[in-house]
Design a protein around this ligand. Structure first.
Ligand code: CTP
Ligand code: MG
Length: 554
């Protein structure tokens, strides 16, 4: 089978049988199924990014042709082995009859299942569970982590709890494919691909869905013009700038999404941004979506992040932990503003890992050199893998086997502690973070936080961040570094009256901090931390008591 999405083993069968299959699947579930999403087999998976979704846990690809989840209502994703099966099902699907409203007659693969009371949906216990599509609340996470025996295990467990599931990947690709159906009205040859944390390996359940409308693949682009004689070319509308074309296309597609897209609400066209986009909520999946076009460099940085995450498992674990820590302390936010973004944080973790001794991951320049073979005899470079996008050098090796890693054996616990230490004393005032060189550089421009964009090297990834957010970040790094060190090294009676048992390790880093009140890093206060730890211990004790008494009462 060509794709990981086609694990379903429903074969081409008649419409009647399909409906039966569907009903059978639904009968697995206790409750009322309001909506059904259908995903037909994708014809081909034509980009590296598609491979990303197949990444880890290949062995998890069992017979997962249907799964259920809750968004605004109960949904089922049903995958079919081929498009004919879907076409056959759609053929017999009715247009809703409504009396007080009018319908936009746009047919999508998002269907509702109505029970007209003549069919009994038995309330039998389900063999199939609802798949959660959002991450567990922080309190639940803390409870879960408290059961682990070491900080390293907690960090691994945190990643497992937060990372995207196989089903969530499918849902993300499905939404892209539903969006493509809308865009295909104008551009039948377009593709819509996910990028960013949906596919770079660092996505947390509930993260937004960044999509890229790709029109570069349309046929005729590479058709060679004859040197003489007659030939035909398409008449096409022109504009002065590529940016204007992108804005116009997104404006029209955004309008269609708004007017025709079932379940697409809150559509905002943000066309004057550096990277124009259409933002909307896709209610059937529960995803907040950002649709961009002509954004190839971001696709490259997605691939780069994916590569770094795959080089060493500690990379993903550390990124997940730092992102979770940052969210718990409101360093990051889901609302756009002067905060540090998850992307910036990820680049900061990568930079830190490049600065270890020996480094855990190589610099981007090294990955670039590996992609370009040098023939000393002829003093030339082979440029086979070179990738230049809008004058930006986006070349880096894609063959993992060419990358030799140094043998760094630091544990996750050490790395987490060192991460906080590193940024607690980093000179943000004068230095810029640069993963291309793997070395801090003098800031090329005034900005509270300067992180060089790996490919568009004149840009600062964290341009939006203000000085007080950087101060908060530094203060929290100082506090967290201090807290984690007390737990690792100091005798209990010296530092905290109520010392946290060592197996609770990193949990207290996720508790709300008093650092918000700290204006400058010098005015550090550590007392509140011990208070927090006290209340954590109390709450864990209480939960354990409750669980015990529940068990006793059974
Ligand atoms: N990106 C970029 N430069 C920026 C911001 C974003 O190149 N200044 C690219 C990155 O590839 C990033 C992607 O756009 O991964 C999506 O951006 P965003 O949604 O902000 O970040 P994510 O990595 O997707 O993280 P999150 O989980 O917060 O959505
Ligand atoms: Mg994103």
């Amino acid at each position: 089978m060509a794709s990981s999405f086609t694990v379903c083993r429903l074969h081409t069968i008649g419409r009647g049988s399909l409906v039966k299959c569907l009903q059978k699947a639904i009968h697995f579930f206790t409750g009322i199924l309001e909506q059904t999403l259908l995903l037909c087999k994708k014809k081909r998976m034509d980009s590296n990014l598609c491979m990303l979704s197949r990444q880890r846990d290949k062995n998890r690809q069992r017979d997962l042709n249907t799964f259920f989840y809750e968004s605004y209502g109960m949904y089922a994703v049903v995958e079919f082995a081929n498009q004919e099966s879907v076409a056959s099902l759609l053929e017999g699907t009715a247009i809703p009859s409504i009396s007080h409203e009018s319908l936009v007659p746009f047919k999508s693969r998002l269907l509702s299942m109505r029970n007209l009371a003549s069919v009994d949906l038995p309330n039998q216990p389900s063999g199939k569970k609802r798949q959660a599509q959002t991450s567990i609340p922080i309190n639940e996470l803390i409870q879960r982590l408290s059961k682990e025996e070491s900080i390293d295990q907690q960090i691994t467990s945190l990643t497992e709890a937060y990372q995207l599931t196989e089903e969530n990947y499918r849902l993300r690709y499905l939404v892209c494919s539903l969006l493509k159906d809308i865009a295909a009205g104008f551009f039948p040859e377009c593709t819509i691909m996910p990028f960013g944390s949906s596919v770079n390996g660092f996505g947390k359940l509930g993260c937004d869905l960044d999509m890229f409308l790709d029109l570069d693949g349309i046929s005729g682009k590479n058709a060679t013009m004859p040197k003489s004689g007659l030939f035909l070319e398409y008449q096409m509308k022109r504009a002065n700038l590529e940016r204007i074309v992108t804005q116009n296309i997104l404006s029209v597609i955004g309008e269609c999404v708004d007017q025709f897209g079932p379940g697409c609400v809150g559509v905002q066209k943000i066309l004057n941004a550096r990277c124009p986009l259409v933002r909307f909520a896709h209610q059937p999946s529960g995803f907040q979506c950002d649709l961009t076009a002509n954004n190839r460099v971001a696709m490259k940085s997605t691939e780069l992040l994916y590569l770094y995450g795959e080089l060493d498992p500690r990379v993903r674990h550390l990124v997940f932990t730092v992102r979770c820590w940052a969210r718990a302390h409101s360093i990051t936010s889901s609302i756009p503003g002067a905060w540090i973004s998850n992307f910036s944080l990820t680049v900061m973790v990568l930079f830190f890992l490049q600065r270890r001794s020996p480094p855990i991951i190589p610099t981007l320049n090294h990955l670039r050199d590996l992609a370009v073979t040098f023939f000393p005899l002829f003093k030339i470079k082979s440029r086979g893998q070179e990738s230049v996008i809008e004058d930006n050098d986006c070349t880096f090796v894609s063959d993992f086997s060419k990358i030799r890693l140094e043998s760094n054996t630091e544990t996750l616990e050490q790395l987490l502690c060192e991460f906080f230490e590193f940024y607690a004393s980093f000179c943000f005032r004068t230095l810029s973070i640069n993963i291309r060189k793997g070395k801090e550089q003098n800031k090329p421009e005034v900005a509270p936080l300067h992180i060089q964009n790996p490919f568009e090297t004149t840009l600062n990834v964290s341009k939006n961040v203000n000085a007080s957010q950087v101060d908060r970040f530094v203060a929290l790094c100082q506090e967290s570094s201090w807290l984690i060190q007390q737990n690792i090294t100091a005798p209990s009676e010296v530092v905290l009256k109520e010392r946290l048992p060592s197996h609770l390790g990193s949990i207290y880093l996720l508790l709300p901090s008093q650092v918000a009140a700290i204006k400058s890093p010098q005015r550090r206060k550590f007392e509140p931390a011990s208070e927090r730890i006290k209340s954590l211990l109390e709450s864990l004790k209480n939960t354990n008591k409750q669980q015990k008494s529940k068990l006793n009462s059974l």
